[in-house]
Design a protein around this ligand. Structure first.
Ligand code: NAP
Length: 510
């Protein structure tokens, strides 16, 4: 593995030439770097805005933060960890795993921390990308791989009076280190995947807590246990044990796609299980009524918790139905018009998922601006390539999200696809590869067609849909189908320009 030798160096023009420039050091960016490293390609750099790796698992540090996909599935297939402590690992353990992968595959020397990619411009004359950072770096790369993740720009809703609040304000994705709500009066807003994890943790310590719920979630029990040393030993030493376990997890999760996509009515049976879970966890009939969703399960992300309902049943916890009317200097007013005085407001109100690019400007062939192209709604081929933007490869791009299985599976599928392009560019003599417009159009037409009639299209409002009601986030179906498609590199789908890149790049302004 890499020893840090042959690290990319700046040329006389202050530009660093690399083969691949990867933006983001979460699971996707690291997975891409490891694939290059394994292929013996060392001319790459990973730029990371923060000071450590882990992506969403570095940023989300709220108490109770964990993954609701089992860790033996939510981990790289090529980097098994027989020592996961329990079925669903907590954030610190997952973050540690990403750090261990960096060490294990020797990619550390090529990660630059505190570097925020601000612009990327395709230079047609040379067939390269000029990538710049907010810190003033300039990289020239044959391929540019934004691996930014959709869940990193958190949002505070525009609630009147928010700026007047005199207490503490916190967001699940920007947690004040060590804050656990001890002895405080707290209001929480939102009851999504993040909130149902921090609500039970805060409820243990808060003096009083008001949970503002606009829309109840479907919540299923979490079947989990701490792994016994015998299981750890089996995962480590018994040939095939860990692999078979992972396969079992994969196929039980994959089975859900059948209900989500093809037969939403199958979810009615699972709804009954969720109602039983609710009735077991919450005794108060009024609270039970308030917590029962009135939309089809799966339309919003299905949540899993054994602690959420019992927390809502605690004496010190009050469930407030409806949205928030306003925030005042000393508290928060719900739709019922009642002011609840609080010391802290905790937002579990999610992320801006549809603005894929944020402040990052990407300019392709003929100066095409990707932000303009995606203004209405984002779309790509296999969530990865975009017409007009040669040698650009998004990871976890449009319509690659999942409601039913592990994102790591999708990431590995995309990385495998990119590696086919890499081979064509490096050994196959191609200078640029650009997906054809008709391929992107056909692919997305089919995809939107498939999304029609799925559970996500059953009438609820969710972050899966953009402001036009178009689903630009989810892959609608089996993940093995995505993998099979991504494994194929059909040259007829791409405009391929042959020839080596121009050795001495023409300088362009980023
Ligand atoms: P989210 O699912 O978007 O939930 C946001 C919550 O805030 C919803 O309950 C929403 O209510 C509420 N909300 C938003 N604006 C509001 C307003 N103005 N007034 C009152 N309520 C408001 O966000 P999230 O919980 O952070 O989760 C985002 C995604 O992160 C998840 O879907 C999942 O993909 C990922 N995640 C995963 C895990 C995991 O275990 N793997 C854990 C945490 C997060 P409405 O429903 O009424 O809009």
């Amino acid at each position: 593995m890499s020893d840090g030798s042959s690290l990319p160096r700046q040329d006389a023009h202050g530009e660093t030439e690399v083969f691949a420039l990867i933006a983001g050091a979460g699971f996707a960016g690291l997975g891409m770097a490891i694939a290059l490293e394994k292929a013996g390609i060392r001319e790459y750099v990973v730029l990371e805005k923060a000071d450590s790796v882990g992506g969403t698992w570095r940023e989300n540090t709220y108490p109770g933060c964990a993954c609701d996909v089992p860790s033996h599935l939510y981990s790289y297939s090529f980097a098994p960890n027989p020592n996961w402590s329990s079925t669903y690992s907590t954030q610190p353990e997952i973050r540690r795993y990403t750090e261990e992968c960096v060490a294990r595959f020797g990619i550390g020397p090529r990660i630059r921390f505190g570097r925020t990619v601000s612009g990327a411009t395709f230079d047609e004359a040379t067939g390269t990308w000029l990538v710049t950072t907010e810190q003033g770096d300039r990289y020239r790369a044959r391929i540019f791989v934004p691996a930014l993740g959709p869940l990193h720009r958190f949002t505070f809703p525009a609630i009147p009076g928010l700026e007047t609040f005199r207490g503490k304000i916190m967001h699940s994705a920007a947690w004040q280190e060590g804050y656990d709500g001890s002895g405080e009066r707290i209001a929480t807003i939102g009851t999504g995947a993040s909130a149902i994890q921090f609500i039970p943790a805060l409820a243990k310590k808060a003096a009083r807590m008001h949970v503002f719920q606009r829309t109840p979630a479907w919540v299923l029990p979490r079947i989990e246990h701490d792994y016994h040393p015998v299981e750890h030993a089996a995962f480590e030493k018994v040939p095939g044990a860990r692999f078979l376990y992972r396969q079992g997890l994969y196929w039980t999760h994959e089975f859900r796609a059948l209900a989500f996509t093809y037969h939403p009515k199958l979810l009615a049976a699972v709804e009954k299980l969720a109602v039983m879970h609710l009735e077991r966890g919450v005794k108060d009939p009024a609270k039970r009524r308030a917590l029962r969703p009135d939309y089809r399960m799966g339309c919003k992300r299905i949540l899993m918790s054994n602690t959420y309902y019992p927390a809502l049943g605690q004496e010190n916890v009050d469930l407030v139905r409806g949205g928030v009317r306003e925030i005042r200097p000393n508290g928060i007013v719900g739709e019922d018009g009642v002011l609840r005085e609080v010391d802290t407001i905790v937002f579990g109100t999610g992320f801006d998922v549809h603005d894929y690019l944020g402040r990052l400007s990407i300019r392709g062939r003929d100066g095409a601006d990707l932000a303009d192209r995606w203004r209405e709604s984002a779309e790509a081929y296999l969530g990865t390539t975009v017409n007009g933007f040669p040698n650009l490869y998004f990871l976890v791009g449009p319509n690659t999200g999942l409601g039913h299985n592990s994102m790591i599976f999708m990431i590995e599928s995309q990385v495998a696809h990119v590696m086919k392009h890499v081979a064509r560019l490096r050994e196959g003599g191609a200078r640029t590869i650009e997906v054809k417009a008709a391929v992107v159009d056909d692919y997305n037409r089919d995809l939107q067609e498939q999304l029609r009639g799925t559970v996500w299209d059953s009438g609820c409002s969710s972050w899966y849909l953009d402001t036009n009601g178009r689903n630009a986030t989810l892959w609608p179906g089996f993940t093995f189908v995505f993998r099979r498609r991504a494994a194929r590199f059909d040259e007829r789908e791409f405009e391929i320009r042959e020839g080596a890149p121009v050795a001495a790049p023409t300088r362009v302004r980023a």
